[in-house]
Each structure stands twice: as structure tokens, then as C-alpha cells.
Design a protein around this ligand. Structure first.
Ligand code: ATP
Ligand code: MG
Length: 209
């Protein structure tokens, strides 16, 4: 779990500029800055989180609290809620089975949808979260190894990101520009794709691959 959190944060920080550029086209250009700020705080807190590793849900809870308290905009509370809800779904666990990862991810996605009063098709991070959750659920139920599950999630998220280019935003700042949001990819959905790619890499490394 710690390696997964670390991998996600490092990836987001590496892509800070790209995420800002995407947000610049349809929003206010701060998505990379917002996310990287939260991720730097999380990386700094990793040693503290190491101490709570008896409960994997606590690690995600800690990450969620950092996003909520340290990150502004919509992404802070939304990503914060993603991690809080994901943490609640694996509360008390000391080990994660593949299905636990998927349930946690889906609980996080549902939390974002509830807080954001948004759903698939609004051109938000949900257009990556929900398809990725479904793809991973299918692979997990088929008994696939975690590495394959995250690979399927990353592919589905990538397709979801691609789809956000074709649709008009109806939530968030991008909704203000209406039809002009068409043709641009959603930054939040891109962050979710980066998360799944990082999870895939981490699980492949953990597997020695
Ligand atoms: N209601 C919502 N539900 C789900 N995701 C949302 C919602 N509103 C915005 N987002 C996601 O947040 C991303 C923008 O995050 P950012 O860090 O730029 O915060 P922001 O500038 O305050 O955003 P915004 O002004 O779009 O609400 C979008 O790309 C989108 O994926
Ligand atoms: Mg923004």
C-alpha cells in the first residue's frame, strides 16, 4: 500500500506540467499544481504512515486527510474523498487480496460521484474511474493476478480519458465553456489514468516482473 501511494505521488509530480497544460485548455490551469502539492505532502508523511501499516485503511485515510486539508480547488476534496472512502473499504485489513483493491477503488469512485454530484459522461475523473473499476472487477472475479487487473484498469482509464475529448463538460470549471470543452481531454481523468499506470507498475515490481 505504501509503495502504491508512493508510486502514484511520484507519477503525479512528474506530470505536474502536463496536468496544468490540460487544465489550462478547459479550466484554470492548476490541476497539476493542486495534485502535486498534495502528493508532495503525502510523500513527506510516508514515514508517519509506515507506523500505521497494521491497518492499510489508515494509510489511505491519512492520504485522504492530507488532500482535504492541504489541496484547494475541486480536486482536493474530491481526491481526498476518493482516498477516505477507499480507506474505509479496507479498514482493518493487514493484507489486500485482488478483490480488496478493486472494492476499495470502486468505493473511492462512488464517493467522488456522491460528493461531486456527478456521473459518467460529465467529462470528469469519473469517466476514467468508473470504466476502470468495471474492467478491474471483471478481471478480479475471473481470478486474474493483481498485475493484470491493474493493467486492465489502466487500459480502461486510458480509453475513458480518450472519450473525455469527445464530450462536453457538464461539471466543474470546464462546464463554463460549454461546447468549447469538446476536443480537450479532462485533466482529472488523466490523473486517474496515471494512478492506474502507477498501480500497475508497483504490482509488477512487487511480483518481481
Ligand atoms: N463535480 C465533479 N465531479 C467529479 N470530478 C470533478 C468535478 N468537478 C471537477 N472535477 C474534476 O476535477 C478536475 C479539476 O481539478 P482542479 O484541480 O483543476 O480543480 P479546480 O480548478 O477547482 O476544478 P474545477 O474548477 O473544474 O471544479 C477536473 O478535470 C475533473 O476531472
Ligand atoms: Mg483547475
Amino acid at each position: 500500500m505504501l509503495a502504491a501511494v508512493q508510486g502514484f505521488c511520484r507519477t503525479v509530480i512528474e506530470h505536474e506540467g502536463e496536468l496544468n497544460r490540460l487544465d489550462n485548455a478547459i479550466g484554470d490551469g492548476d490541476h497539476g499544481t493542486n495534485m502535486a502539492r498534495g502528493c508532495r505532502k503525502v510523500l513527506a508523511a510516508l514515514p508517519d504512515m509506515d507506523a500505521t501499516r497494521e491497518d492499510l485503511g489508515d494509510i489511505l485515510h491519512h492520504v485522504g486527510m492530507i488532500f482535504i486539508s492541504e489541496v484547494g480547488g475541486s480536486a482536493g476534496p474530491l481526491f481526498g474523498t476518493f482516498f477516505l472512502r477507499a480507506g474505509m473499504a479496507c479498514h482493518g485489513k493487514t493484507a489486500m487480496e485482488p478483490l480488496d483493491w478493486v472494492r476499495s477503488f470502486e468505493a473511492g469512485a462512488a464517493g467522488v460521484s456522491r460528493l461531486g454530484m456527478s456521473s459518467e459522461g460529465d467529462k470528469t475523473m469519473l469517466d476514467a474511474l468508473f470504466p476502470a473499476g468495471r474492467a478491474m472487477q471483471g478481471r478480479a472475479e475471473a481470478g486474474a493476478p493483481l498485475q493484470d487487473i491493474f493493467a486492465a484498469g489502466a487500459d480502461a482509464a486510458e480509453a475513458g480519458v480518450e472519450h473525455t475529448k469527445a464530450i462536453q463538460a457538464s461539471k466543474g470549471r470546464a462546464a463554463y465553456i460549454g461546447e468549447r470543452s469538446i476536443g480537450h481531454q479532462d485533466p482529472g481523468a488523466t490523473t486517474i489514468m496515471l494512478m492506474l499506470r502507477a498501480l500497475h507498475r508497483t504490482s509488477a515490481e512487487a511480483d518481481g516482473g
